[in-house]
Structure formats: structure tokens, C-alpha cells
Design a protein around this ligand. Sequence first.
Ligand code: NDP
Length: 342
Amino acid sequence: NKRVILRDYVTGFPKESDLIFNDTTIDLKIPAGSTTVLLKNLYLSCDPYMRIRMGKPDPSTAALAQAYNPGEPIYAFGVSKVIDSGHPDYTIGELIWGVVGWEEYTTFTPTPNSHHFKIQHTDIPLSYYTGLLGMPGMTAYAGFYEICSAKKGETVFVSAASGAVGQLVGQLAKIMGCYVVGSAGSNEKVDLLKKKFGFDEAFNYKEEPDLDAALKRCFPEGIDIYFENVGGNMLDAVLLNMKIHGRVAVCGMISQYNLENQEGVHNLPTVLYKRIRIQGFVVSDYFHKYSEFLDFVLPYLREGKIAYVEDVVEGLENGPSALIGLFHGKNVGKQLILVARD
Ligand code: NDP
């Protein structure tokens, strides 16, 4: 069983050498009397919050994610097939998505809080359950509908807009009838936003370092809703461009995850002057709405009214570089690893 192990707690940007491989032999049969389930992992998801887990245990981030243990496999969301089961709720051959180790096979004991979902709709590519139909899709749905209080005709800005979460947020905002702008870190991504996901406008923040000017050009009347994925300078520039009573849904702050000292936000008084509501949220608080989300999103997907772009690397051995690539903007769309085809 090939596995990806955290060598030691990470400081700064993660490097490939922070993750090492080991190979163990495992029994592909559940022992008699055990209530565990043995999974073969097909796809593994690369997600920015995994960097938070790679750092030293920290009370301020523990409310979002506990640190991984050095010397043990890292874990994340994945799509897996049940290959043996001692648990009455799981049968051989079933497909599930949920938290698994970064390894070829994972054993788990189902609990009511273990966040494993059975995959019922197999007409959709299975890999989508790491993205659009999995945790990131649920994040976009919960963040947009529960936190943003969006109304038709409002102006919406999404950062890291072409990524796993952002691409769906923009499309949900368009479905609601909003004017939607996204930022991304390459011209290829900007093209995707405008041509594939239907954003009204998009800009490359790396080529336009005057973020205030870029935002003023795209939002001459100001921003009603900011779906925050990056933090740092972008948040500062956005605050100055918010409308009175604007809302900021804080989904993520990827620009801060690798910094030892977090950057300050200078324009916070604007929150008072413009009566802005800033609210963070964490997707796991909304997993009880997963079937509602599927009922909502599947018809749009099947009718081709929602598009989704993935960036798939093949082989567990290429997982570490794919994960690290997230922090350099290498992924175009949802980053995931194909571990096994079936
Ligand atoms: P993405 O697919 O968007 O991948 C990460 C992207 O972030 C990169 O491709 C890059 O895009 C951008 N990025 C990386 N470093 C920086 C930086 N220093 N400054 C600006 N942008 C940067 O990831 P996800 O869609 O999976 O996640 C997006 C955000 O949502 C993250 O902050 C993540 O932590 C958060 N999240 C929060 C959840 C919650 O429950 N609250 C759940 C899931 C995700 P580009 O080329 O455009 O720079």
C-alpha cells in the first residue's frame, strides 16, 4: 500500500521533500468480526486547507483543521470503492466520497460524523465528486446561498475565480442574475472565466498589480458581494471598492497560508464607514445540505448549464507536486489525482 507521509511540520511554502513515500503490505480482507470498511482510492483531492494541516498544531487554526501527524499519511477528500466491508451499511462495490488517506487503500470505521457520502449518480464523471459534486462544490453552494445574501442585479467579485470553488461561485451568481467579475493569476484562466464560465469580466491580478484600478474599472459603481478566496492585498483593495451594506463571504485566504506572519489589512475602518458585513464560514457546517445541493446542481450540470474544469494528474507519486502547485497557481481548475481507474 503506497502512502504519502508528512515528514515534519512545514513552515513557509511546502516543498516536495516535505512529503515522503512508504510502501506497506496490507491484507485486502477485513478480519472476521471487524466493523471496518476497506476502500480502494480512485481519486484524491488536492485542497489548499491541507497546507494548514501541514503546519504545527495551532489553536487558532484548529477550529478549521487539525494538524497532520508527522510520520503518518496525510489525508483529504477522495473518491473510493468499497472492496471489503464488515459494516452493515457498506457493501462491496459501492462508491463513496469522503476523507481518506493519501494512499492506495484506506481502512475506516464509519461514524455519524465521518463525512462519507455514497455516490448514487454515476452518469457523472466520478472525479467530479472531488470537486463540483464534492467538498468544493458544496463550499461554493453554502458560501453563496447561505452567506452572501445575493439578489438579482447585484455586483459580485470572486477571487481565485477559476479554481475548484470559484468557478462554481461565479456560475451560481450568474444563475441568480448578478453581474460577476473574477480575478485569476494567468491569461489562460482569465479566458476560461469569460469564455467557459460566463463571467461578465475578469482580470489577471499578476499583470495588473494596481488592484484598486482594476476593481474600479470592473465595478464603477462598487461591489455588493465579495467571495473571498485569497486575502491579503486583494481584500484590502476590495474593501475600498465595496458598496454601502456590501457583504464579504470569507471562504479562504490562500495568500496567507504559507506566511509565518500574516499580512495586516489596512482598510478595515471602511467596514464601519460602509456598514460592510464580513462573515467566515466552513463547509463542514453545511454538509447536512448535501442532498439539497445535489438536487439543485445536477439538473444544471446535465443540461450543460454549469461547466466544470479539472486539472488531473495521474499517479499517487505525482500528488505532492500537484498539491504544492496550488500555492503557485499551477492548477487550471480543480486539482486532483487519479490514483486508480477502478
Ligand atoms: P483553487 O482551485 O482555487 O486553487 C488555489 C488557487 O489559489 C491557485 O490556483 C491560485 O490561482 C490561487 N492562489 C495561490 N496562491 C495565491 C496567492 N498568494 N495569492 C492569490 N491567489 C493565490 O483552490 P480551491 O478552489 O480549492 O480553494 C479556494 C479557496 O477556498 C482557498 O482559500 C481555500 O482554502 C478555500 N476553501 C475554503 C473552504 C471552507 O470551508 N471555508 C472549503 C474549500 C476551500 P491563481 O492562478 O488565480 O492565483
